[in-house]
Design a protein around this ligand. Structure first.
Ligand code: TYM
Length: 332
């Protein structure tokens, strides 16, 4: 059976971008593939969370994955740090990742620009750790949003390099995957590109936000003074709101506002009110589940344990092969 791996960093609550870029595909893929979905808590250490924040965020994402419908009996749902094999393979793969290629990665450059005071080695070798997450289960597919395309390319490079070095076909080439056929980028509300947890106050729509908070964020999204010509092309800020509407609203609603825009009759207040209500109708049932699961230690513990066991099993199998290929040999 084909193998699927993907993960999310626990740096807070999940937002619509995480759901439509990644989790929605996870839900479909857990039905037909051998799937490994995890919480990338080691990755999140690049930003130095406190132990309390780290624990809280891992609990939050675990509860959210479960509330969204990931089923621990169908997929291997696990926490990255529960699988020590990942850290071991990361050490080995780092020996064949080169400074130049790591420095050229777009996400590294972005992080350096955003946080020049915290350019740590973990940030530089982030793509190696991500490659290991994927290669350790010999994944064929990786459901991710568009922003992860370059990391996937690097994963293929590292896997291929290892295969060539030892003259083997140890790692298959994993492909980025979206069940819609195209990798998705959900825009944020503040027009700085993709919806993101680090996009600042008001950018992301989180599943576990209070309804009033979500309503306010959407109503505050910047628009313009309105279209002045029939059928004019929408400026980015407006197109972004329409793009979010396409994810949560009915076809009729979208067509209704699209046609009002095209005839220059749209009232942005009404448009955003409708968008807020449709976002909330979509988010509400998931949020209610998050609330009840979040404090259920027994359920969370059982899910994480089952997942860790499956992931360790698969990871250890690959690692045994890798240790032997590298030439490690026990003398006892
Ligand atoms: P992260 O934690 O930033 O995001 C998790 C997933 O959500 C997707 N995503 C989006 N998709 C569409 N539009 C958006 N606005 C948006 N924002 C986030 C991301 O593409 C991603 O799929 N490096 C990864 C985590 C990771 C990983 C892995 C992923 C670590 N190891 C192995 C796959 C396989 C990251 O930082 O994603």
């Amino acid at each position: 059976m084909e193998i699927v791996v993907s993960g999310i960093r626990p740096t807070g609550k999940l937002h619509l971008g995480n759901y439509f870029g990644a989790v929605k595909s996870f839900l479909q893929m857990q039905e037909n593939y051998q799937t490994y979905f995890f919480i990338a808590d080691i990755h999140s250490l690049t930003t130095h969370p406190t132990p309390a924040d780290l624990q809280g965020n891992v609990r939050q994402v675990l509860a959210e994955y479960l509330a969204m419908g990931l089923d621990p009996d169908k997929c291997a749902l696990f926490i990255q740090s529960d699988v020590p094999q990942i850290s071991e393979l990361y050490t080995y793969m780092n020996m064949n990742a080169y400074l130049g290629e790591l420095e050229r990665s777009a996400s590294f450059k972005d992080k350096v620009r955003a946080h020049p005071d915290n350019v740590n080695a973990g940030l530089l070798t982030y793509p190696v750790l991500m490659a290991v997450d994927i290669l350790i289960h010999k994944a064929d597919y990786v459901p991710v949003g568009k922003d992860q395309e370059q990391h996937l390319e690097m994963t293929r490079t590292f896997g291929r390099r290892f295969n060539n070095m030892y003259g083997v076909e140890c790692f298959p080439e994993p492909k980025a995957f979206s069940t819609t056929g195209e990798l998705i980028k959900v825009p944020g509300l503040t027009n700085q590109g993709k919806m993101s947890k680090s996009g600042g106050e008001g950018d992301a729509i989180f599943f576990d936000d209070e309804e009033e908070v979500t309503r306010k964020k959407i109503m505050r999204a910047v628009t313009d003074s309105g279209p002045t010509e029939l059928n004019q092309i929408k400026p980015e800020a407006i197109q972004n709101l329409f793009d979010i509407m396409k994810l949560v609203s009915t076809k009729d609603t979208i067509e209704h506002f699209d046609s009002l825009y095209n005839t220059c009759e749209i009232r942005y207040g009404d448009f955003k009110k409708q968008l807020a209500e449709d976002v909330l109708s979509f988010v509400r049932p998931i949020r209610e589940k998050i609330q009840s699961i979040k404090s259920d230690d027994t359920f969370l513990g059982k899910a994480a344990k089952t997942g860790a066991e499956k992931a360790i099993d698969s990871a250890e199998k690959t690692l045994r092969e890798v240790r032997e290929l590298i030439g490690f040999k026990r003398f006892y």
